[in-house]
Design a binder for this molecule. Structure first.
Ligand code: ATP
Ligand code: MG
Length: 451
């Protein structure tokens, strides 16, 4: 009893943003009107409220609306249980084993509806591993406890579409105004509970152009090793969110500033330090950011093909130096590279095929004979391989004549293509053929394995 009382007392001293009181902010003060909420989310909150439950839009959507950004999705939280929620909607199903929540579908939108959860300080301790990482987190709670178990104050704002009020338990509204990322509760404890929060902080800082509060930042340097204990599939998910955030370049810069790139992005660690690969990765991330910001699709496989391109080339070259043919060396190097990195980042095996295809098309761009060029341009994955070649040329100007030739060829009509193809004679010199005395003269010169 006494121990718990002291613990709470100490906890509250250091955690002045704990969810003790709620501040209700009127629409006249925050400016987010109900029309800004998606119709599907409104239907969910309205239905729940009509049945007498409380229901709020919560998390990233409220934060994004406050800064005038378009939310990625709308999450709803309520005091109704998953079964009670499901009964109210025609197209709704309960998902999740660890913590059950409900997906409500309308049109092609899905709203994730969860029940208020309890926090770590309610006496009922949650099981943790030796480092304090929470292993299970599945207790229902009330709205105040739900706010307290969220990560950052800016992510713990609740919007009531009925009254258009924002309910703020942790000071998130002021933090949004001041562009501050502040951990709820004691930062070190919260990172220990879930080390991924360190990555989330860096991601939000980059995405929102907010700064990380000094107290929230301070413990990170000492805790980065905790990321080693995070299941690799979870790291993969988080890394993908970061890479596809539209601000990957800035986010990676932020991670490096926090010393986090070693723990979460081991593959980026060396790559970004070597000038040759850093340029290629910078070009890849820049391209990805531009595509995401323009609302164009980005394939995760393409992104990982980029990130692993340099490690692949090292192994590929080594094998060729050991006497393997270019083709055999490439196939062995692809297997090796993917396996080697899978232990750190759980790149799903279903992506392997696409990644390998992009890679294996690269030497084919340099083998230019009329027949091969005409066949390659109709390859189902030509576009991905060609985009990849453009990126390589962005980072290495010696590849530009090759990529320019392919651009003209790709954009040409049939007659012009035939003409261009006819202008090609022998295959291009490649590493393997480098020892030839006199390379064939062709319109462009390229080395497929030397970025
Ligand atoms: P995004 O715009 O990237 O979707 P988000 O804030 O909505 O940002 P989500 O991962 O969708 O992030 O999570 C929704 C909400 O759940 C968060 O706003 C936060 O309140 C809570 N949350 C998510 N992950 C954690 C975590 N690791 N620890 C505590 N709370 C979390
Ligand atoms: Mg979200």
């Amino acid at each position: 009893m006494l121990k718990r009382f002291i613990k709470r007392l100490l906890g509250q001293q250091s955690n002045n943003n704990m969810a003790t009181r709620v501040t209700r902010i009127a629409v006249t003060d925050h400016g987010v009107t109900r029309e800004r909420i998606s119709p599907c989310a409104l239907q969910v909150t309205d239905t729940l409220q009509q049945q007498g439950y409380s229901a709020f839009v919560v998390g990233g959507a409220v934060r994004d609306l406050l800064i005038g950004a378009k939310p990625k999705d709308f999450d709803v939280v309520t005091n109704a249980t998953p079964e009670q929620i499901r009964q109210l909607f025609r197209r709704a199903h309960i998902i999740g084993r660890r913590f059950r929540l409900v997906h409500v579908l309308c049109g092609n939108e899905t709203i994730e509806v969860s029940t208020f959860r309890a926090n770590a300080h309610d006496g009922d301790e949650r099981p943790t591993d030796d480092n304090g990482r929470i292993l299970r987190d599945n207790v229902f709670g009330n709205q105040a406890s739900d706010a307290e178990r969220r990560d950052f104050t800016i992510n713990a704002l609740y919007y009531d579409p009925g009254s258009q009020e924002i309910w703020d338990y942790c000071g998130g509204f002021t933090d949004v105004r001041n562009k501050t990322i502040r951990m709820i509760g004691d930062p070190a404890t919260r990172y220990r509970e879930d080390p991924v929060r360190m990555l989330r902080g860096a991601r939000f800082a980059a995405k929102l152009e907010f700064h990380i509060d000094p107290m929230t930042r301070a413990p990170i340097a000492e805790l980065t090793d905790l990321l080693d204990n995070v299941p690799s599939a979870r790291l993969f998910d988080e890394m993908l969110k970061l890479l596809l955030s539209g601000h990957a370049q800035r986010a990676i810069h932020q991670l490096r500033a926090e010393g986090l790139h070693r723990g979460c992005l081991p593959m980026l660690d060396n790559l970004l330090e070597q000038e040759s690969s850093a340029q290629f990765i910078a070009a890849a991330l820049h391209n990805t950011d531009q595509r995401v910001q323009a609302g164009k699709p980005v394939s995760p496989a393409f992104l990982f093909a980029c990130l692993l391109w340099h490690p692949l080339q090292i192994v590929w070259q080594q094998r060729m130096d050991d006497g393997e043919t270019e083709q055999n060396a490439l196939f062995a190097a692809m297997e090796h590279t993917l396996e080697q990195h899978r232990s750190q980042i759980a790149i799903p095996r279903r992506m392997d095929g696409n990644i390998k295809e992009i890679w294996s098309l690269q030497p084919r761009f340099a083998q230019r004979s009329a027949g091969k060029a005409l066949r390659l341009v109709t390859h189902p994955r030509f576009r991905a391989g060609y985009d990849f070649l453009l990126l390589r040329a962005d980072a290495d100007s010696s590849l530009r004549p090759l990529s320019d030739w392919w651009t003209s060829f790709y954009e040409a009509d049939d007659a012009l293509r035939a003409n261009l193809a006819a202008g090609l004679t022998e295959p291009m010199p490649t590493k393997k053929r480098r020892r030839r005395k006199k390379p064939t003269v062709t319109p462009v010169a390229a080395e497929p394995v030397n970025e």
